[in-house]
Design a protein around this ligand. Structure first.
Ligand code: SF4
Length: 375
């Protein structure tokens, strides 16, 4: 059976990591007969469920495999539509699963999958351990490029976040020699990590010597623009130390830092288990400004239990960052994600006053994002 990867721009980094590990015919933007592999987030789930349902109603010759954040967080639901779910990291599981399907090998021996048995029962095999990043490439330039994944996993337990569920709570790092190998493909180098400034550390206590070794080693490659602590990665505010910012200034091209604040309310900060407080955000923003670096700060509105007063505290912090400090903010509306402690929680609605204030910041070009429910 031929294997295809369902092209999905929002999961391009996952597809880039998986493509070098399997024999496949190509990327496709529609289902084909054979083995179809999907990776998707919660916002995309219904679209792909509908696609699979429609195709399967006309053709029984396709086996559908799903992986990524939503199928990992909600394998039970995903198996209502897909034949197999890869739960967690796919580097080892997906090639084994495709090989087993193609060669009629007992799939019960494959760790980290869910599937529907012939009787329609949903079956889950033993979980699979997390992979060693150095064993697998970030991408293969003959297929698809992606930013260089320097770290995976996160020891923090923010209640809205799928990262610990998907990648585990132990932070793992790609070695500098492996990162250098992939850096050679780029003149502008960007990275993915749950917290770029935690490179080389346990994710709780910074290891800036390791960060400096990484950045200086890449700089030695010559004529590279290094973008560190910025899109598509972000950093935790308490990691934004003077020394960290000095490293960015010394080795990197970026003149901004992307950091997660999420809320301006300490009550919400505690209830979402962020592990830092609002003052840590204020200190980090001040430090950025002192170093001539623009802080790009991420917020979520609509957390469960968030009151209009909590939301207004976020607005006040956003206004301080934008109007007083020259920073920028990005807002999202809270989504309860499967596999997180908030999976069954209801978002709070955004108050009229908050909506108005956020609209004003957006009109001035200080705020980007979507802070209202799409439903
Ligand atoms: S939001 Fe960031 S710090 Fe919190 S658990 Fe997720 S990756 Fe970790």
């Amino acid at each position: 059976m031929k294997t295809y990867l369902r092209w999905n721009k929002k999961s391009a980094y996952s597809l880039a990591a998986l493509a070098p590990l399997i024999n496949f015919e190509g990327f496709t933007s529609e289902p084909k007969e054979g083995i179809m592999v999907y990776s998707f987030s919660t916002k995309q789930a219904q679209f792909f469920y509908d696609e699979v349902l429609e195709f399967a109603s006309n053709s029984k010759k396709t086996i559908f495999i799903a992986g990524g954040p939503h199928p990992t967080g909600s394998p039970e639901e995903t198996l209502d539509y897909f034949d197999y779910v890869v739960i967690g990291e796919g580097e080892e599981t997906l090639p084994e699963l495709i090989n087993a399907i193609q060669n009629n090998i007992d799939i019960n021996k494959i760790e980290g999958i869910g599937y529907r048995s012939n009787s329609g029962e949903k079956v889950y095999t033993n979980p699979r351990s997390n992979v060693d990043l150095d064993t697998y490439p970030c991408f293969d330039p003959t297929h698809l490029y992606s930013p260089i994944e320097i770290s995976r996993g996160c020891p923090w337990k923010c209640k809205y976040c799928q990262t610990p569920e998907l990648f585990g709570s132990r932070m793992r790092h790609r070695s500098i020699s492996s990162i250098l190998k992939f850096s050679k493909y780029y003149s502008d180098i960007r990275f993915t990590s749950s917290n770029a400034l935690a490179y080389g550390s346990d994710g709780i206590h910074p290891n800036l010597d390791k960060v400096e070794l990484l950045l200086s080693s890449i700089a030695e490659l010559g004529e590279k623009n290094i973008f560190f602590g910025t899109f598509p990665s972000e950093v935790r505010p308490e990691f934004v130390s003077d020394k960290a910012l000095e490293l960015v200034l010394e080795y990197c091209t970026n003149t901004s830092i992307s950091m997660g604040a999420q809320t301006g309310s300490d009550a919400i900060m505690r209830s979402i288990s962020r592990g830092h407080d609002v003052n840590d955000v204020i200190i980090a923003v001040e430090r950025c400004i002192d170093h001539g670096i623009v802080p790009n700060v991420d917020f979520i509105v609509g957390f469960p239990g968030e009151t209009p007063s909590d939301q207004m505290k976020s607005v006040e912090l956003m206004k301080w960052i934008c109007n007083k400090k020259g920073g920028k903010v990005h807002a999202h509306y809270f989504t309860p994600l499967p596999g997180t402690p908030y999976s069954n929680s209801l978002p709070s609605s955004v108050s009229k006053d908050v909506n108005k204030e956020l609209g004003k910041l957006a009109l001035k070009g200080k705020l980007t994002g979507t802070w209202q429910s799409s439903t």
